[in-house]
Design a protein around this ligand. Structure first.
Ligand code: FMN
Ligand code: SF4
Length: 429
C-alpha cells in the first residue's frame, strides 16, 4: 500500500516504508535491511559511532536543532553511574504528527535507533517516553520490543557483543509540558512533569539522578541510516549547517495535508504549494507556521526560503519540530492566536509567575479583542506582556506562548486593529 501522502519530490529515508503493513513485524523489517546498522555499530566502538553521527551533522528533530553527536559526547564515559537514554515520543507540539507515524509504521526503525544510540552513549537502559493517548501506537511498539528481545537485539549480550541493554516503553499522561526534556524526566520518575532548573543538564543529572541523553523519535530513527551508509551519504541532502532530510507534518488549510519528508534545502513555498497542493481552491494563503505553534507566524510573502534551520530563521521564523500549519484568508488571526494562547495557558505548569500569569492575561485580553470589546491600549499591552514572558522562566514554554502573539501583531496588526477599532473581523467568508 502506498503511503497516502507520498510525493515524487520527497526524499524518503525515514518514511520510505510508511504504509507498508508488513514492515511492522521484525521479519518484514529485517527483509528491508533492518538491524544491519546495529551489527555494524556493535563491531565498532561507541566513540566511533558518536563520531559518525557528529560528522553527519544530524541535528535534533525535537525542536531546538541541537547537534546530536555533540549532545552524546557530553555523556560521561566511565563515571561509575549508569547512563540512560530517554527517547522523547511525547509529540506534544501543536501541528506535529510525524513521530507517531514513524512508530506506527516502522517501530523497529526507532528501536534500532535507540539501541545504537544507547551503545554510543554507553547506556544500559533506554526508555521510550510515549504520549499516553497514542494507544494503537503503544500496542505496536510494545509488540516490537518483545520481538527485539526474542531475536536477541535487546537484553543481555546483544548478538554476542558483550553489550547489554534493556528498553522500557513508558506511557505519559497527556501534558504538553511532559515533552520538555526535564519535565519528561520528572514524569518518568513518577513525579509531576515540571521542568527542572538547568544546570544541571540531563547529561550530568537526568533520569533518577543519572546521566541521561534525551533525543526525539525522528532524531533516533535517523541514526541507523547514518551508521549504515555513512556521514557523507547523509550529507548528500540539505545544507552544510542543516544536513539530511526532515519530516514535515503539514496541516490546516491545505489540499493534501499529511507527512512529507524532504531534503533540508527544499523550498518552503514548494512544500506548501507543490507537495501539499496549496490552500483549497478559491482561497489565498494568509499565513504559515512552519515549525509547530511555538515559532513565529510567517506571512505568505515570507515563505520563499529553504526549509533548513538557517533558511527559515533568515526568513523570520524557526524550523522547530516541522509542524507546518497553513492558514488561508478565511482565518480570523485574532481567533487563531487566542486559541493557541489558551492552549499554552492550560498547559503552563505554573512554576514561573511570568508564564503562569502571562499566558492567562494574554488569553484574557485576546478574548475581549475577539469579541469586539478590545481597548485602544490592548496591542501595546499584549506586546509588553509578551516581552516580559520571554527568556525569564525555567523552560521555554513561556516564550513559546508569547511568540505567536507578538509575531501576529507585528505582521497582522491590521486584523487586530479592525477588531478593536471597528469591532469587525477581516477574515474573508
Ligand atoms: C514545552 C516544550 C515541549 C516540548 N515537547 C517536545 C516533544 O513533544 N517532543 C520532543 O521531541 N521534544 C519536545 N521538546 C524539546 C525537548 O525539550 C528536547 O529538546 C528534545 O526532546 C531533545 O531531542 P533532540 O535533541 O533529538 O531534538 C519540547 C520542549 C518544550 C520547551
Ligand atoms: S515556563 Fe511555564 S511551563 Fe515552563 S517551567 Fe515555567 S511555568 Fe512551567
Amino acid at each position: 500500500m502506498a503511503y497516502p501522502h507520498a510525493h515524487p519530490r520527497e526524499a524518503r529515508v525515514l518514511s520510505k516504508h510508511f504504509g507498508e503493513k508488513d514492515a511492522i513485524p521484525i521479519d518484514g523489517w529485517i527483509e528491508r535491511g533492518g538491524y544491519k546498522a546495529l551489527d555494524k555499530a556493535l563491531a565498532a566502538s561507541p566513540d566511533d559511532i558518536t563520531q559518525i553521527v557528529k560528522d553527519s551533522g544530524l541535528r535534533g528533530r525535537g525542536g531546538a536543532g541541537f547537534p546530536t553527536g555533540l549532545k552524546w559526547s557530553f555523556m560521561p564515559k566511565d563515571g561509575g553511574k549508569p547512563n540512560y537514554l530517554a527517547c522523547n515520543a511525547d509529540e506534544s507540539e501543536p501541528g506535529t504528527f510525524k513521530d507517531r507515524e514513524i512508530m506506527r509504521w516502522t517501530p523497529h526503525q526507532l528501536i534500532e535507533g535507540c539501541i545504537i544510540s544507547s551503545y554510543a552513549i554507553r547506556a544500559k537502559h533506554a526508555y521510550i517516553y510515549i504520549r499516553g493517548e497514542f494507544v494503537d501506537v503503544v500496542r505496536i511498539l510494545n509488540q516490537a520490543v518483545v520481538e527485539a528481545y526474542e531475536r536477541g537485539y535487546l537484553g543481555k549480550n546483544i548478538k554476542g557483543s558483550g553489550y547489554d541493554l534493556d528498553l522500557t516503553v513508558h506511557l505519559g499522561a497527556g501534558a504538553y509540558i511532559a515533552g520538555e526534556e526535564t519535565g519528561l524526566l520528572n514524569s518518568l520518575e513518577g513525579r509531576r512533569a515540571e521542568p527542572r532548573i538547568k544546570p544541571p543538564f540531563p547529561a550530568q543529572r537526568g533520569a533518577f539522578g543519572m546521566p541521561t541523553t534525551v533525543n526525539n523519535v525522528e532524531t533516533l530513527a535517523a541514526v541507523p541510516h547514518i551508521v549504515l551508509n555513512g556521514a557523507d551519504w547523509y550529507r548528500q541532502w540539505g545544507t552544510s549547517k542543516s544536513p539530511g532530510t526532515k519530516l514535515f507534518s503539514c496541516c490546516g488549510h491545505l489540499q493534501r495535508p499529511g507527512n512529507y519528508e524532504v531534503p533540508l534545502d527544499f523550498n518552503l513555498r514548494d512544500l506548501v504549494f507543490d507537495l501539499c497542493g496549496g490552500p483549497p481552491k478559491g482561497r489565498q494563503l494568509l499565513a504559515l507556521i512552519p515549525g509547530g505553534s511555538s515559532v513565529p507566524i510567517m506571512t505568505a510573502d515570507e515563505i520563499d526560503c529553504d526549509v533548513s534551520y538557517e533558511g527559515i530563521e533568515a526568513a523570520g521564523s524557526m524550523l522547530g519540530s516541522g509542524g507546518l500549519i497553513a492558514m488561508d484568508d478565511s482565518t480570523c488571526m485574532v481567533r487563531a492566536v487566542r486559541r493557541m494562547v489558551e492552549f499554552y495557558a492550560h498547559e503552563s505548569c505554573g512554576q514561573c509567575t511570568n508564564c503562569r500569569e502571562g499566558t492567562s492575561w494574554l488569553a484574557k485580553i485576546l478574548r475581549r479583542i475577539e469579541r469586539g470589546q478590545g481597548r485602544e491600549e490592548d496591542l501595546p499591552l499584549l506586546l509588553d506582556i509578551g516581552a516580559n514572558m520571554a527568556g525569564k522562566t525555567i523552560c521555554p514554554l513561556s516564550d513559546s506562548a508569547a511568540v505567536p502573539v507578538v509575531s501576529a501583531i507585528q505582521k497582522f496588526g491590521r486584523e487586530f486593529e479592525a477588531h478593536i477599532q471597528d469591532g469587525r473581523c477581516t477574515a474573508v467568508n
